[in-house]
Ligand binder design. Structure first.
Ligand code: GLP
Length: 265
């Protein structure tokens, strides 16, 4: 696990955008797993700017989002589909027919959505880079605490804590869904590379067990310790509860030294 502690949210956004761009340069038809929420917004802004000003192209890219609410139509502004259109897809050159969320249309049986989504991900060759945020209780996607670490895309009941944290996005609390379809933890772990972004003090108590705690379904993000290629990008506030802080700084120093040597400095 590569733990990268950066000055602020801007630096986290820049480092995240850089990771995505590196994958895209290597593989123009990359498959990205994407996340919603407040955290990735600044990174999306940077990707939009790179598309507009630097010739970055998502023309051949496919995307799979982590999750979608059950009971909101795609054009409901609170749906994650609407979020993705507004915050990224409408602003870049992606072919929107290659953008997928685990959506549950009116006529679809919610129980069919998960297996169909898994099959679709497989048919596109799997996910090259999965972007994650983290919930205050350590959830990834909507895999709440006690989710099976081996779970696949399926319906999840949201915790009261998650519903409360996301209430700010809903004008009418009665319109806020309590169910969602989310990629499973095993689905996320199948991605070839993962980047988790966390910013702000309210994430510090979820970040610590993710990196330093035992692997446990009580903190679903802790499973990332078992993945070979994970970067955790943190701002100072989100990193503030880590106990091995000095060690992460020491590693960063060694990395700078090694890369300096490589570049002949
Ligand atoms: C939501 C989403 C997650 C997201 C998390 C954190 O519930 N399902 O994918 O990572 O909450 O959101 P935010 O970045 O707004 O704190």
């Amino acid at each position: 696990m590569d733990v990268v502690i950066l000055k602020d949210g801007d630096a986290v956004a820049a480092a995240g955008a850089d990771l995505l761009q590196r994958v895209l340069r290597r593989k123009p038809n990359a498959v990205f797993g994407l996340a919603t929420g407040r955290t990735p917004l600044a990174m999306y802004q940077r990707l939009i700017a790179a598309c507009r000003d630097e010739g970055l192209s998502f023309r051949d890219v496919t995307t799979f989002n982590l999750d979608e609410y059950i009971g909101l139509s795609p054009d409901d502004p609170q749906s994650y589909r609407a979020y993705m259109k507004r915050e990224l897809f409408d602003e870049i050159d992606i072919d929107q027919s290659n953008t997928f969320l685990p959506e549950c249309g009116e006529k679809t049986d919610p129980l069919d959505v998960g297996p169909a989504y898994e099959a679709l991900i497989r048919s596109r060759g799997g996910i090259d880079l999965q972007v994650l945020g983290i919930g205050r209780n350590g959830h990834i996607g909507f895999n709440e605490p006690t989710s099976s670490l081996n779970s696949r895309t399926r319906i999840k009941t949201l915790t009261r804590e998650t519903i409360a944290a996301n209430r700010q996005y809903f004008n009418d609390p009665l319109a806020q869904p309590q169910l969602a379809v989310t990629m499973g933890i095993a689905t996320i772990m199948d991605a070839r590379q993962i980047v988790l972004l966390a910013t702000g003090k309210e994430k510090a108590e979820a970040v610590r067990p993710t990196i330093e705690g035992p692997v446990s379904a009580m903190c679903p993000a802790s499973i990332l310790q078992m993945h070979e290629t994970v970067s955790v990008l943190l701002d100072e506030a989100a990193a503030s509860a880590l106990t091995l802080r000095d060690y992460y700084d020491w590693i960063a120093q060694q990395k700078r030294r090694i890369s300096g040597k490589k570049e002949g400095r």
